[in-house]
Design a protein around this ligand. Structure first.
Ligand code: KIV
Ligand code: ZN
Length: 522
């Protein structure tokens, strides 16, 4: 195990649950947040930014519980530059063995104009708020939001103030994904050389991916002297997302010859957490995504396959096992028993209790009856299926299609304990089915995304369907998998509706249910 005080050690600060979760549609439930935090902790993430405690009661509860359950990671919460935010943040993170308050303010000319503060007024505010945070917590991170578009002299001035007020980490956000690698390295290097007290604190880099340079910019910042990278699993985050954890970690590991820095991440946990985040956030990973994409280790062309057989290093710079992908995987079938299923799930990273195993085994048998071979990806899809406590449940459905595209769908749903049936016609089976569901549960939700992926090959392959709905500014995603694409579509739609219902109930009557972003709150 590496020593955290070692000069070459880069701290990994994961913000999947804060910056990632702010991405419209990526909202996770309380239990999902706890699960992801536990996985991050287990994989060796140094600091977990668990949420923005003042943003909502739900965020506060999630951060507090994550803090109370944390094992090795430091738990951090976000707070704007005011006492109420900072106090609320401390209330939530103080339950952790190791806590951090992360407070920020936009320092660029554009961001200074929002609270309409002069440079001097903002400087005073930074001093006051960082000192306040430091009086509560011995570990304080301060961020000048939009640092990469802040005037050089002012940036040096406010960083010096934050350090004097007690900040222990100075984070340099590239909030709009504007910088480039040469500039990123140079900025951090010059700040460390110029700002008095800079050698007493850790410099962090926080990059967004608007120009596709987040990973390169983060690594360049490390070359410039940063020793904390802020990132998210799968690069989840607003717009084009944040730096992807798996990319920076694997780049440092694979090219350690030219980037001689290391992290404390157990890389074999990467694949499992990537899948879980994709599922719970409802953001499927693009097939050709570096490290965790379905094709990242697939070698299809004849030349490549031949080369791989002779020596895998011909075309592979990392081993699939390094990120937790099992090289060969024997499929299960309808004769496989519970022990084999449990064993397989464990190798895929799932720990299941006896009751959960019973439930999954029933679903597995059902799938194995329809599909000869049940592959790892089928099981992963099975593990992300919907919740039995949901208030809308699919009981049965029957679809008939004509050659002209018209289809008829009869859907039976259990809605608040009663069975209701509706038949509708539509432009194809999915359209007819969604209309029938809307006839049973009328709603104004607008379909923002409908996506189908085949989980494995063959005509009996399962399809995973993702549906994203929007209603009054509130977004919910649903997913499901089935060998029948129309059934998977119906279930994914119902799953998204259940999440909308749940969020409406949580917000209470007449509440403003729009997604809250730190930008709205700034
Ligand atoms: O992108 C950004 O500037 C942020 C800050 C809150 C650090 O996420
Ligand atoms: Zn950000």
């Amino acid at each position: 195990m590496t020593n955290a005080t070692d000069q070459d050690r880069v701290l990994i600060f994961d913000t999947t649950l804060r910056d990632g979760e702010q991405s419209p549609g990526a909202t996770m439930t309380h239990n999902e947040k706890l699960e992801i935090a536990e996985l991050l902790d287990e994989m060796g993430v140094d600091i977990i930014e668990a949420g923005f405690p003042i943003a909502s009661e739900g965020d506060f509860k999630a951060v507090s519980e994550i803090a109370a359950r944390s094992k090795n990671s430091r738990i951090c919460g976000l707070a704007r530059a005011n006492f109420a935010d900072i106090d609320r943040c401390w209330e939530a993170v103080k339950y952790a063995g190791k806590s951090r308050i992360h407070t920020f303010i936009g320092t660029s000319p554009l961001h200074r104009a929002i609270p309409n503060l002069s440079m001097d007024e903002m400087a005073d505010k930074i001093h006051e708020t960082v000192s306040h945070a430091r009086n509560l917590c011995e570990n304080v991170q301060w961020s000048p939001m939009d640092a990469t578009r802040t005037e050089w002299d002012y940036l040096c001035r406010v960083i010096e103030i934050a350090i004097k007020a007690g900040a222990t980490t100075i984070n340099i956000p590239d909030t709009v994904g504007y910088t480039a690698p040469v500039e990123s390295a140079d900025l951090i290097k010059r700040l460390i050389e110029t700002v008095p007290g800079a050698d007493e604190v850790v410099f962090a880099t926080h990059c967004h991916n608007d120009l596709g340079m987040a990973t390169a910019n983060s690594l360049a910042a490390v070359a410039g002297g940063a020793r904390q990278i802020e990132c998210t699993i799968n690069g989840l985050g607003e717009r084009a997302g944040n730096t992807a954890l798996e990319e920076v970690v694997m780049a440092l590991r694979t090219r350690n010859d030219i980037m001689p820095w290391h992290t404390g991440i157990d890389t074999t946990k990467i694949m499992h957490i990537s899948r879980r985040v994709a599922t719970v956030a409802g953001f499927p990973v693009q097939f050709n995504k570096a490290i965790v994409g379905k094709n990242a280790f697939a070698h299809e062309s004849g030349i490549h396959q031949d080369g791989m057989l002779k020596n895998r290093e011909n075309f592979e710079i990392m081993r699939p096992e390094d990120i937790g992908l099992s090289g060969t995987s024997l499929p299960l079938g309808k004769h496989s028993g519970r022990a084999a299923l449990r064993d397989k799930l464990e190798t895929l990273g799932y720990e299941v209790g006896d009751n959960q195993l019973k439930d999954i085994f029933v679903r597995f048998k059902d799938l194995a009856d329809r599909k000869k071979e049940v592959f790892d990806d089928d099981l992963i899809a099975l593990m992300s299926l919907d919740d039995d406590d949901d208030c809308l449940q699919l009981v049965s459905m029957k679809v008939t299609c004509g050659t002209g595209g018209q289809a008829e769908s009869t859907v039976e749903l259990e809605f608040d304990g009663k069975d209701v049936i509706a038949t509708e016609h539509g432009d194809g089976p999915v359209d007819a089915t969604f209309k029938a569901i809307r006839a049973i549960y009328p709603n104004e939700a607008h379909l923002q995304l409908y996506q189908v992926h085949a989980v494995t090959e063959g005509t009996d392959a399962q399809a995973t369907v993702s549906v994203r709905l929007e209603e009054d500014g509130m977004i919910a995603t649903g997913q499901s998998a089935n060998t029948d694409t129309v059934v998977a579509s119906a279930k994914a739609y119902i799953h998204a509706l259940n999440r909308l219902i749940m969020r409406r109930e949580k917000a209470g009557p007449g509440a403003d249910t729009r997604e809250i972003s730190y930008k709205d709150l700034t």
